[in-house]
Ligand binder design. Structure first.
Ligand code: CP
Ligand code: NVA
Length: 306
């Protein structure tokens, strides 16, 4: 049966490890693995803006021997004029895989249902699982392992990055803490799903409202924009409510002295993170951005073998 990657817990712990191991190999030898030789085409569809996802998929597909077909929804029939299911029926006869950045997770589920080629979530309102593969790869490179590490996400706990940290971190056996005001707490179903995963991997999931308590002793500190795509109309209110969760040098002092700082980018310096932290010695954000390429190449390679 065709495997899709719509959310982080679509992979078991051992599958996640296999993909991360493969990413390490592909990073060492960028042009040695060419599963898309033909060349086969991969459709990469955007309903929202992107720099990293667009570039890393385009470059990665080319390096795997294939051709990236970048589609903006605004110039396609998808998004009002044609359903996701009908679009998938057309694409699956011509492309090797479909990557889609969209709003509702339900759209991705509709796109994947019964589709014979892998469908990959390039970011939805609920999850950003490709980013998490890159984040885990980055943490592993800097720390050597994942299981047992404590990672704290601060800010908008209901955003795609926070919810993906819950699922992917739990899958990796990490202790995932999410610190947010109650109005921006992760969704009940995302927390429940992560708790189920954590029970099998030795990880854990804990909610905090106090940012200092949440980062105490953490190995990894993560944040993301307070104003995700689609939430621009709530900017003023979000900046006021989330101000206490800004990652600055003082907050970082409560984490381990060698704690890593991650941010999926783009960053609003001065809001969710200060320039001193994101541009400082604990920040690994540029490795993290590069690792999108290697992690997604590994993901595509693995999905095409299933
Ligand atoms: N981190 C990330 O997905 O960046 P883009 O929005 O630029 O793709
Ligand atoms: N949470 C952010 C991530 C951007 C890569 C957003 O959805 O806009």
């Amino acid at each position: 049966m065709t495997r899709h990657f719509l959310r982080d817990d679509d992979l078991s712990q051992s599958e996640q490890t296999t993909i991360l191991d493969l990413a390490v190999e592909l990073k060492k030898d960028r042009f040695g693995t060419r599963p898309l030789t033909g060349p086969q085409t991969v459709a990469v569809i955007f309903d929202k803006s992107s720099t990293r996802t667009r570039v890393s998929f385009a470059v990665g597909i080319a390096e795997l021997g294939g051709i990236p077909l970048i589609i903006s929804t605004a110039n396609s029939q998808l998004g009002g004029k044609e359903t996701a299911a009908d679009t998938a029926r057309v694409l699956e006869r011509q492309v090797a895989a479909i990557v889609w950045r969209t709003f509702a997770q339900s759209g991705l589920e509709e796109m994947a249902f019964g589709t014979t080629v892998p469908v990959i979530n390039g970011l939805s309102d609920d999850f950003h699982p490709c980013q998490l593969l890159a984040d885990l790869l980055t943490i592993r490179e800097h720390r050597g392992n994942l299981a047992g590490l404590t990672v704290t996400f601060l800010g908008d706990g209901a955003c795609n990055m926070a919810q993906s940290y819950l699922l992917a971190g739990a899958t990796a056996g990490m202790h995932v803490r999410v610190a947010s005001p109650v109005e921006y707490a992760p969704s009940g179903p995302a927390v429940a799903a992560a708790e189920i995963v954590a029970a099998n991997t030795g990880g854990s999931v804990t909610r905090f409202t106090d940012p200092v308590e949440a980062v105490a002793g953490a190995d990894v500190v993560v944040t993301d924009t307070w104003v995700s795509m689609g939430k621009e109309g709530e900017k003023a209110e979000r900046i006021t409510t989330l101000g206490a969760y800004r990652v600055d040098t003082e907050l970082m002092r409560h984490a381990k002295s060698d704690a890593l700082f991650l941010h999926c980018l783009p960053a609003d310096r001065g809001y969710e993170v200060t320039a001193e932290v994101i541009d400082g010695p604990q920040s690994v954000v540029w490795d993290q951005a590069e690792n999108r390429l290697h992690a997604q190449k590994a993901l595509l390679t693995w999905l095409l073998q299933q």
